[in-house]
Structures are given as structure tokens and as C-alpha cells.
Design a protein around this ligand. Sequence first.
Ligand SMILES: C[S@@+](CC[C@H](N)C(=O)[O-])C[C@H]1O[C@@H](n2cnc3c(N)ncnc32)[C@H](O)[C@@H]1O
Length: 281
Amino acid sequence: MSDRWTLLQLLRWMTDYFTEKGIDNPRLDAELLLVHTLNLDRVGLYLNYDRPLVAAELDTIRPLLKRRGQREPLQYLLGVTEFWSLEFNVTPAVLIPRADSEILVEEALARADSSGALLDVGTGSGAIVISLASELSNWQLTGFDISPAALEIAQQNIDKNRVAEKVQLVQGDLAELPTQQYDLIVSNPPYIDRQEWDGLMPEVRCFEPQLALLAENGGLKCYQQLAEQAGHRLKTHGWLLVEIGYEQADAVKALFSNAGLKNIFVREDYSGHPRVVGGQA
Ligand SMILES: C[S@@+](CC[C@H](N)C(=O)[O-])C[C@H]1O[C@@H](n2cnc3c(N)ncnc32)[C@H](O)[C@@H]1O
């Protein structure tokens, strides 16, 4: 990078650099990085293409550019991401919430009466439980996670999205869920088999927490543990709803069925992949 740049020149240079580094959406990432560091919106960026950058701006952008080139996820560089049209803080202590997980939110909302109690197992950034809290008025919601570092971020996001009166956080291992009874238990647990690890994108493999991703028994261990406890932790007619990897639907349905859950269903995501399995107590 030389020292004399207009915004458009830099945008083009960054797009080429990200393309060379094998990044999926090079132009979009370049735009978002610029918009964030220069405190513009995207229209502001397009209207300022001819604006020269000052040295201090280039000094801020250079290290971020390098880190993204090394495949660090954009969301960790920006420190925030969007889910369910809300803003969430993210750090490497938490999985970056994925748009596909909004399917789980939709399925939970479709089964939520006017009041009740909900448990989100493996809450991470709190994206799922906070999104649900933003939609449900008379509910008590609990975010549960084994990672204290993740729960710190979830607490920041609860405060940021002003749902503290509805959402509490509990630390623990999903091998032993809180002893309360719930109307809904939702979970996007770790579900990747260790054998798949090397095939993951560098953004995931090198930067997201392993604790959030890997599960034993071919990726099925958490589903097994959740299904086994569902009968004791769900009220009659309560639902267990889990996000799954797209090749896990049959195995998870079998686990739910063996655990005595009824009305088992599979919901596909908008790409047509099985994404959520649900079962009723
Ligand atoms: C796939 S992430 C999901 C995060 C968030 N719910 C989301 O959808 O973006 C799984 C979460 O489960 C947590 N976790 C992993 N093992 C756990 C366990 N044994 N008990 C409770 N939580 C666990 C991880 O810390 C991580 O936050």
C-alpha cells in the first residue's frame, strides 16, 4: 500500500487483495471494513469515492486488512454482527451467530404461547435467547453455557439489547441442565465431528472456539444428552428444538424418538437443507 489513496482506489486494492487471499465475498468485506473504520454508512462510502485518505486512517486500516487477509473473520475485526435485525458484540470467545440459526428462532416463536419459560442451551453470544426475548413479552428466558467467557459476552448483549428483565444467564454443563421445567428448550449445540475439522474454512477452524463447534460421538453427543433429559426438563407438551448439521437429521430424529419425544419434525433452511429438528414431550 502506498501513502496516497482515494477511497475508491483503496476499495479496489482491498478487493483484489482479499480475492487473492481466497476470501468469499471480497468486495463486500472490503466495503464493510472501510465503512466501519471510517465511520461511514455504505451510501456515504459510495458518495465519497474521490475523498483522499489521511495517514491516520490508513494506519487504522492497515492492520485490519492484514488480519482479514490472514482469514480472521470480519465480525471479530469489527467486534459486532447482526442477527434477527439486532446488533450483537462478538469476540473469539463466542461463535459468530449464523443467519441459518434464525430458523430455530422462528420455530420457537411458532410454538410459544402468551407466557412461559424457555431455556437456550449453549447460548454463546446470546443471539438466540436475546432475539426470542425481543419478541416474547411474558416469558422468562434463560441462557445456559459452559463457558464463562461466552457468558460475559452474552451479558453485554443482554444489556445492549435491553432485555435484562427477561433473560438470566446460568453457567453449567449441558450434561446436567437446570432442574426447572420449561415450555421450550432450544439449542444450537456443538455438532461437528472431529474428522470434519480439517475441511472447515480457515475462518472457522483457526479463529472460532473449538468448544462451540466440536462434539463427540460423530457430532451427536449433545443431541443425545439433550434428548435424554428432555422428559424431565420439559412440561407436558413442551418442545425440544435443536439446530443440526444438514446430514444429521435422521440420527437426531432417532435420538428424539428413542427418548420418547413425539410429533418429531424436521425444518429445512432457506437453502433446502435440514436445519432444525423438534420433538414434543
Ligand atoms: C454452536 S455454539 C452456539 C452459540 C449460539 N447459541 C449461537 O447459535 O450462535 C455452541 C455453544 O455451546 C457451548 N457449549 C459447548 N459445550 C457445552 C456444554 N457441555 N454445556 C453447555 N454449553 C456448552 C459453547 O460454549 C458455545 O457457546
